[in-house]
Design a protein around this ligand. Sequence first.
Ligand code: A3P
Length: 288
Amino acid sequence: NYDHVPVKTRYSTNPIYKNLNNNPRETLEPVLNFEVFEDDVWIVTYPKCGTTWSQEMVWCLMNNMDFETAKKVDIAERSPYLESALEVVEKSKGLLRPRVLKSHEEMQLLPMELWTKKPKIIFVVRDPRDAFVSLHHHYKYFFGKAFKEEKEQFIESRMKYGNFWELALNFYAIKDQENVMFLSFEQMKKNLKSVVLKVSDFLGKHYNEVQIDQLVDHLDFKNMKDNPACSHKQELELVRKIKNIKEEDIVEGETFIRKGVVGSHKEELSEEFLKKIDDWQKSYLEKE
Ligand code: A3P
């Protein structure tokens, strides 16, 4: 019974659902029925909210601070993006445990066993205005000059789709459950070390001060930007190959780890448009 799956999701732009017809069994089942283990750690976010940053933090905490591997092996291998492709779903099944998995999925579409096996789930939220700006750059980074959509027009279409707040509010509602941690990009920017300590504690890990400081340094914006295993190089190469994006079509200066600041929207969006976003936010927040 797929009644709990929202109809609009069946037309999601998510690659795994792109051929979705009226047969949810074929397309939704691999993720909905994905086997969950109690010792998994799940990182769930709306895109561009600090997913990679949190994945890197959690992976290192879960893997005895193995910074060498963290610099060598692509983050997509170490912590797969579950619903990005059927092959990834398959690969994730056999990942060495404890697994660190990433998903951008709506709550109703996440594997059903998440709610019975209750592994640790870390949800990361960000000011949606900054996340949307970041997402626009993300498209330019992946699709190059072919991606021409104006920033505000692009954001408006995302707002209509509306699942930023649905996702965030659904996770906010369960934030006090023992296996759930609710974090924000802004908290990480404000005091990364205190977030690292909190997450380490949540994961039941015990590291000394030197190790924690090393991790904070490893997660520093510049160090992560310089770490090729965190730039989504593999994914980028694949997308560029599939889309046939040539070297000369790459937009200069666009990188996955881009600015890493709070408040990008102030410089990149007009007053008038920010008012529109404000009204959109209110329509969700006032319902609560
Ligand atoms: P910006 O585009 O605003 O710079 P995600 O991993 O969810 O796609 O999020 C990407 C965003 O997180 C990008 O935001 C990126 O720069 C930022 N980010 C990644 N690593 C970071 C770090 N170590 N410090 C600060 N921001 C970071």
